[in-house]
Design a protein around this ligand. Structure first.
Ligand code: GLN
Length: 490
């Protein structure tokens, strides 16, 4: 086995036993990035010099006998997290030259643990998308088949982890952006309970839905990373006072007696039969490990996508008003007046999907339409939350597919935004409710594309989801499969 296949635990053991140094490990992965990234396009920035310096610092700390859980271990951030001194583009021309003067709380916390950041990962522009094709820096390619999309918006993170460029990465999930790319790239990804991971320094898309989380090849590695990310942060007003807790403590609990609910609404029309079969096999496996399975209803789930596409653009239109061409963004050289400067800078700086969201958002918030759209959507959001409340009175975990279909071809859905929006049909309700959810690999299609199974839990049941996924991964080996990558034909 090569270093790039090692889990965090294996890497940590290797570092502690001095089988290799943090600098050797860093160099090894940087080399792999240089070989494979030209084709995958997962990284937009590689911070080689800074990575080698922080690896050297980690080696010093290791030599002094320090044994932090993540000390010297490599990772990379989705390019939505502000990193002091390093470009933070959010996948947009608008922020092409933006170097944040400060770091996000998540970035600070992982750096303080002694993790080595290798760079910043590609994403859909301002996290709007499900295929990574809206990025100003070009699409990311799926390591399992480079004609296919990796999913989005955390597509760079998912592809980098699947291809072994980094063992773990951060992502963010507003409507599915951690879970959907995790499913399409055959890795594990968790969107925690809203309020558990600080949004400070994480560029805002839809603030009531956005949540940072962890992406890795196994649930255990997700838990190790997320455990450091969760904390109460006074700099984020929606950070929960009880955000921190030990996510590793219950990881090994047996699944005997676990009550699993399977929502009827997740197995209807539009679900690919190969995905349905693999997820059903995953559910059978949970039953074999001692879980009891029952059918449940989430009757308002069919309204989740439309509700989201009122609320998320409304919040985005407000959040994105700060990109005005005057301060730290792209500035147009055309135009005569101040109004022209705003208009032209925003027209040139934002891509088509972002402009579409701003238009929809301002429309649903406008005086004549607020009640009909925005207010109505908030009411449906309450119904969706209520569905989950009722369900979690009967079951501990809800299980279903993460996506309706496996990875699709690059370009396949670009002309039809609504078909792209439907890629998140099973993930979006979770964000509207604010509950945690996780995607883990549960099989492959006949043509070798990964399939993801989704676990959803009640508020603050993040540790339970990681526990269920970890136990599942001890009995199955879907998460151990690796794409066959060779330089030049990645
Ligand atoms: N695909 C959804 C969107 O485009 C979700 C994105 C996300 O979770 N950031 O809005």
């Amino acid at each position: 086995m090569d270093l790039h296949d090692f889990s965090l635990r294996q890497l940590r053991e290797g570092l502690q036993k001095r089988d290799f140094s943090a600098q050797e490990l860093t160099k090894n992965l940087l080399k792999r990035i240089h070989t494979l990234n030209p084709e995958l396009n997962a990284f937009v920035t590689v911070t080689e010099a800074a990575a080698l310096e922080s690896a050297a610092r980690a080696d010093d700390r290791l030599a002094k006998g320090e044994s932090g859980t993540l000390l010297g271990l490599p990772m990379a951030h989705k390019d939505i997290f502000c990193t002091a001194g390093v470009p933070t583009t959010c996948g947009s021309k608008m922020l092409k030259n933006f170097v944040a003067p400060y770091s996000a709380t998540v970035v600070e916390r992982l750096a303080a643990e002694g993790m080595v950041m290798l760079g910043k990962l590609n994403m859909d522009e301002f996290a709007m998308g499900s295929s990574n094709e809206t990025s100003y820096f070009g699409p990311v390619r799926n390591p399992w088949n480079t004609k296919m999309v990796p999913g989005g918006s955390s597509g760079g993170s998912a592809a980098a982890v699947a291809a072994g460029l980094v063992p773990v990465a951060t992502g963010t999930d507003t409507g599915g952006s951690i879970r959907q790319p995790a499913a399409l790239c055959g890795i594990t990804g968790i969107k925690p309970t809203y309020g558990r991971v600080s949004r400070y320094g994480m560029i805002a898309f839809a603030s009531s839905l956005d949540q940072g989380g962890a992406m890795a090849r196994s649930a255990e590695d997700c838990a190790l990373l997320l455990n450091v990310m969760v904390a109460h942060d006074p700099r984020d007003s929606t950070s929960h006072p009880a955000a921190a807790s030990d996510l590793l403590r219950g990881l090994d609990r047996p699944l005997q007696g676990l009550r699993v609910g399977v929502p009827e609404e997740f197995f209807g029309e539009g679900l690919d039969p190969e995905v349905a079969a693999a997820v059903q096999a995953g559910i059978d496996q949970l039953a074999k490990q001692g879980a009891s399975i029952q059918s449940i209803r989430l009757p308002n789930n069919p309204h989740a996508v439309s509700t989201y596409y009122v609320l998320a653009p409304a919040e985005a239109s407000s959040n994105l008003s700060r990109f005005d061409g005057v301060r730290y963004t792209h500035r147009s050289s055309a135009g005569e007046s101040l109004d022209d400067l705003y208009l032209q800078s925003r027209y040139e700086g934002f891509g088509a999907e972002v402009r579409r969201r701003i238009l929809v958002g301002t429309y649903v918030l406008s005086a004549g339409y607020y009640d009909a759209y925005y207010l109505k959507a908030q009411q449906v959001r309450s119904l969706i939350r209520e569905d989950f409340r009722r369900a979690f009175a009967e079951v501990d975990v809800i299980v279903g597919p993460t996506t309706p279909e496996p990875a699709f071809a690059l370009g396949a859905k670009n002309a039809d935004p609504v078909s792209m929006y439907l890629a998140d049909i099973y993930t979006i309700a979770v964000n509207l409710a604010g509950i945690p959810a996780l995607s883990l690999p549960c099989g492959f299609t006949g043509s070798g594309l990964p399939i993801g199974m989704q676990l959803m839990g009640d508020y603050f049941a993040d540790d339970l989801l990681l526990n269920v996924a970890h136990r599942y991964q001890q009995e199955t080996d879907w998460h151990l499969a690796r794409p066959n990558l060779k330089a030049g034909e990645a």
